[in-house]
Design a protein around this ligand. Structure first.
Ligand code: FAD
Length: 300
């Protein structure tokens, strides 16, 4: 098993980043902003905002990013996919972000417009692959930092790991400088994947994506469709808790805290949290990693 420092930094305090999704309603927006206010003092390296399947949240992603820039000190990263738009439209989106001051994009191919499991197609005049999108962004503005996805269990559409890592290599060759992984629950999968990636000569940070399971059943359905294995030991921990959200929350925090602490013990020093727009578990897990709000004193 590899000893890893995904960021290559020797800093004691792990670097963290948070992922949010653009809120659909005014009430969800209030919830997101409570979350942002609670998590911002933890001084994440960046916060990212997802882009709905098929580009469905284009304007909401943009307005969430704009508000983060206007009202906080946080550095936002905008997710962007190739789906449902011609290259010119995507380039315009990138241009608008640049004018706003955004200097980080998470560039993705996106899911097939017909849903996961259906054949992938994009706009005939669109970017056809994530690597094309990365190259397009870098051509437009070389100073935009581009992050991409990585799949410790390989992407469900990948023939095998070699084919999967070919795609990661193409994205890195096009200018990506960070990969963020799909959620995983078995750390060995991450370390084995990292061994494969490093063996291919890919040296960029491969940051583990961590998802605290606030609602286990719902999250299980969602992550399983995206190709993540949910081990039986994990499912057993949530057995009998369907009607007990308080205990579920404690269990979810314990499981995710155990996962990140084990990763940290093996030298992982950078984590990306899928927050699901909720602060409590992510705040607690960050605390266990030794992260304190800016200005707060750490106990001696
Ligand atoms: P890629 O890494 O480009 O490719 C995935 C797989 O597709 C490859 O491994 C390969 O099997 C196949 N493939 C791709 N190109 C080729 C090719 N040229 N030849 C052969 N096979 C190929 N989705 C959203 O809609 N919005 C988001 O905001 C969003 N954020 C995400 C953030 C992260 C960190 C992750 C891990 C995923 C995110 N997704 C998002 C999901 C993502 O869009 C889907 O998993 C999608 O199916 C693949 O997009 P990708 O960029 O990860 O694909």
């Amino acid at each position: 098993m590899t000893e890893v420092t995904p960021s290559g930094s020797a800093s004691k305090r792990p670097a963290i980043s948070f992922e949010f999704f653009p809120p659909k309603t005014a009430e969800m927006e209030l919830g997101l902003w409570d979350t942002i206010k609670r998590l911002a003092p933890l001084t994440p390296s960046f916060v990212s905002v997802t882009y709905g399947a098929g580009g469905s949240t284009r304007e909401r992603t943009h307005s969430t990013i704009a508000r983060i820039l206007a009202e906080t000190e946080l550095l936002p990263a905008a997710h962007l996919t190739c789906v449902g738009a011609a290259q010119g439209e995507i380039d315009d989106i990138v241009g608008r972000y640049y004018e706003l001051g955004v200097r980080h994009i998470v560039a993705l191919r996106g899911d097939p417009p017909g849903g996961i499991g259906t054949p992938f197609s994009t706009h005939p005049d669109g970017y056809q692959t994530s690597a094309d999108l990365v190259a397009g962004i870098k051509r437009q503005h070389g100073d935009i930092e581009v992050s991409v996805s990585a799949y410790p269990e390989k992407h469900p559409e990948s023939r095998d790991f070699d084919a999967d890592i070919d795609v990661l290599k193409a994205k890195v060759d096009a200018g990506a400088t960070r990969a963020i992984t799909q959620v995983f629950f078995d750390n060995d999968l991450y370390f084995r994947y990292l061994d494969r990636v490093r063996a291919r000569g890919i040296s960029i940070p491969v940051v583990p994506g961590i998802m605290p399971m606030h609602n286990f059943k719902q999250a299980r359905n969602f992550v399983t469709r995206a190709g993540t294995t949910v081990p039986s030991w994990l499912a057993e921990k949530f057995d009998g808790l369907d009607d007990d959200p308080d205990t579920r929350k404690l269990v979810a925090a314990t499981v995710a805290a155990g996962q990140v602490q084990k990763l940290a013990r093996h030298g992982v020093d950078t984590f990306h949290f899928y927050t699901m727009n909720r602060a409590d578990l992510v705040f607690a897990i960050s605390h266990l990693l030794g992260i304190r709000p800016a200005g707060a004193q750490k106990a001696a």
